[in-house]
Design a protein around this ligand. Sequence first.
Ligand code: ADP
Length: 615
Amino acid sequence: MVSGIFNPFEELKTKSILETLSLIPRSIAFVFRASPFYFLVSNTSGFIRAGIGALLLWLGKVVIDRVIAVFGSEIDWMFVLLPMIAIVVVRVIRTGISSSSNFVSFMVMQKVDVKSQSLLLNKAADLDLAYYESPHYYDRLYQARSNIHYIQSASLSLIGLVSETFMLIAMFGLLSVLHPMAFLLLFATISPRIFIEGYTARRRFDLDMELTRNNRITYYFQSLLLERENVKEIKIFGLASYFVEKFFKYRDLLIKAYLRLSIHFLKVELVFDVLSMSGLCLVWLYAVYRASTGEITVGDLYMVFGAAQTSKDSIEAWFGQGGSVFENSLYLTRFFELVDLDPRTVDGALNRSMASPRALLPARLEQGIELKNVSFRYPGTDEFVLKDISFFIPASARLAIVGENGAGKTTLVKLLTRFYDPIDGSVCLDGKDYREYELDELRRGITVIFQDFAHYHFSVADNIGVGYVDLINDRTRIEQSAKNGGAHDMAMKLPNQYDTMLGRTYEEGVDLSGGEWQNVAISRAFMSDAQLFILDEPTAALDAFKESEVFDRFAYLTEGRTVVLVSHRFSTVRMADLICVIEDGRVIEYGSHEELVKLNGKYRRMYDAQAERYH
Ligand code: ADP
């Protein structure tokens, strides 16, 4: 668990080497738990393959030694052929293991992917809206999502590291025939690689983190060009080549940055290669010398040559795998940081720990909802968006909130739906602070039709049914909600009526007009039994007649429930029982339409200005 408050506006620091390495046992445990059987199988096959590598070299030596032993005399075929047959059999076994190890690795990767995706998706769903307000959050999510596959690579490099270790032990045994120090000499000339492995891993990681925003922007331009909703504008404004150019400009930055890094690595790598080659040459020279003095057989010479080359490759691969494990762990820090994030520690997150036992949400609102001296500013900002707001929404009343753009109306809706808690003051339902109720229960008591409601590419029935997901299969309720929300007639005209797919994800998908989508969203709200209905300018896509018709129907159907409406249409606003005028985060007027007109203030001016346009 992360301690302290997480501030999404703060840059994340790269973890230290120790912190990164401490993730290795956790990654092993993660992979093991995701797929114990395949994890063990892949390690066992690594062990066997290492043994086979050594065995083949030894068998080669036996063949050569036996050929030399029978040189000049009559050949005993069984004597020579036996180790050759053994070589063929062992090679067949190795091929079998190699092919099946691809399947085993694939299975490990799939299982690890399922486990990590599920952790990440559940965490993202668990985080409050506060976390979603900052571009840094998207950087984090992007990093965590794109780093997910490092768990798989980490597991593969760990498996690789284990099998390379077995291979090293086997090669050490074979090279000892020449001299026990031969292997150590090779190891010593190759071991400085550990520094370049660690260094390159760190540099690549830092560059990737630095380029996260750049990456996101690159793919943003790509999505602008590929997604349907933008096609019209792109064509009419002739934006295609401008966006393509932008895409390549950002992509170019990436390529150049990686190119510079690769050239830098190449130079360092060359120096280390020369060092390790000189170690190998020394071992070979020594082997030739010992063979020439007759201290080792020609078969031994063959074996030692092979073993020295394989040892060099294996030691390099071993450091390479070690570097990969380190590099993968570095990337994994970003994944685990998100998975470990305690949602309560996010700046601006809801305080869910207050008052227990919880107050019981009334089945029917008795008194109403009251805002008491509410002040609020968004996390990471200093300016208060709502300032000392107090007003009352009586139960069963219809209240309209009006105000100019940026006055704070949507922010007020976010507090009424408890996406945020006020910084000062409180929002009370039937006299009790929102925080005293169970959050899920409170949210079930509220339904909202947002300005930017979702357009699900599901069937009409499911689009409405998600308004009360427990009843998504209740067709009668869905149809009733559609009748209430004004989507029924439209649905009946579609090719498969309520089963018609909406959107263009499916071939048979049908698209709706803005107004029709809005009716679907309104119908969705009618699925719920909520006591508080909030409409945040959901009727903007409807014409003025349609809007007042919707509102009339809404007023009738929500009889007995409490309605909060945010609208710019005064023809609709005037039908509300109460109107609350917000300006610059404060309530400046509050009362019925008649009262506010009489007051001759801001409301009157806005009302008259709009009325004039219709004359
Ligand atoms: P309205 O709905 O009345 O047009 P909003 O409630 O959307 O106004 O916005 C009120 C003020 O809060 C604006 O100045 C806006 O810039 C600011 N604001 C809105 N959302 C955020 C946010 N997520 N983070 C920071 N400031 C915000």
